[in-house]
Design a protein around this ligand. Structure first.
Ligand SMILES: C[S@@+](CC[C@H](N)C(=O)[O-])C[C@H]1O[C@@H](n2cnc3c(N)ncnc32)[C@H](O)[C@@H]1O
Length: 280
């Protein structure tokens, strides 16, 4: 049963973190001339209307992109992310927010291939409208986790597996571990980026240890929290595990995360991290 709808959460602080990191990953891949492949296992709607009643109901975006939009002094590492948001809001008034498929296609070149998976039929219909006639972009309504097994390795032999699960199932962390293992088994040189909410630190420590036990190649751990660790009303923040990160992703993420944290923190709570979970 699919209960999660991203429209309620689009543009919130964890989305801003996730999408800012996604732009760094994509720009790094596009620096080399050879075409690359991106698998977006949980694509969502593509772009979000912040005036939608579901967005208005939670108001989550106001604590996320709402605080960043128009703020001075962003480092160059955030230029592509902010440009992607600006492209959705040509009159300068923040009304729309890009999701991972729209951000990805914007930063991918015509020769790069994008495969989108989305189980929800309504969300998929919106994706189909957005990407109708767009070359090298496919949309499928089957399980994104199964796609990791079905689509890897890509013919391009370069690429990104982006896993942004909805965490509406009890075993989601376990499924992420399997997906990382599946991706490594089929596409050892590929980059895998896995977004996750930050739960209690003991659970997070266990998740990190389970990833290390897979003996992956170099793995970067990115985090941004804007609430204290014991914040129970929602989640304090989120993280992204990046297996096989592109060269210098750690160095590029640091100024971006620092600036985002300064804009998004609630009274100085939380913090950020761009450190190695598995060093070379
Ligand atoms: C967090 S949202 C995705 C947001 C999107 N990646 C973005 O950044 O704009 C998760 C999406 O995954 C979809 N979903 C849930 N389980 C899925 C599965 N097993 N395979 C594919 N899509 C799934 C949900 O319907 C939801 O739209």
């Amino acid at each position: 049963m699919l209960s999660y709808r991203h429209q309620f959460h689009a543009g919130n602080p964890t989305d801003v973190f996730k999408h800012a990191m996604l732009t760094l990953l994509l720009q790094a891949l596009a620096r080399k001339p050879k075409p690359f492949f991106m698998l977006d296992t949980h694509a969502g709607v593509g772009r979000y209307d912040l005036e939608h009643p579901w967005s208005a109901k939670t108001g989550e975006w106001r604590d996320g992109i709402g605080r960043i939009w128009g703020r001075e002094g962003a480092p160059p590492e955030l230029a592509a992310f902010l440009a992607a948001v600006a492209a959705e809001n040509p009159d300068g008034q923040l009304r729309r927010y890009p999701g991972s498929p729209v951000i990805a296609r914007r930063l991918m070149r015509p020769e790069d291939r994008l495969a989108l998976f989305e189980l929800n039929a309504d969300d998929r219909a919106a994706l189909e409208r957005t990407f109708r006639g767009v070359r090298k972009t496919t949309i499928q309504g089957t399980d994104g986790f199964a796609a990791v097994r079905a689509l890897l390795p890509p013919v391009e032999r370069r690429g990104l597996v982006f896993i942004d699960a909805s965490f509406d199932q009890a075993d989601e962390f376990q499924r992420l571990l399997h997906a990382i293992a599946d991706s490594l088994a089929r596409f050892a040189s590929g980059t895998v980026a896995v977004w996750h909410p930050i739960m209690d630190r003991a659970a997070m420590g266990a998740f990190a240890a389970s990833i290390q036990a897979l003996k992956p190649p170099k793995t970067l751990q990115l985090e941004l929290t804007t609430r204290p660790d014991d914040w129970a009303a929602t989640i304090p923040g989120s993280g992204m595990i990046v297996v096989n990160p592109p060269y210098r992703l750690d160095a590029e993420a640091a100024p971006a995360l620092d600036w985002l944290w300064r804009g998004l923190t609630n009274g100085g709570a939380g913090g950020w991290r761009a450190g190695w979970l598995v060093a070379e």
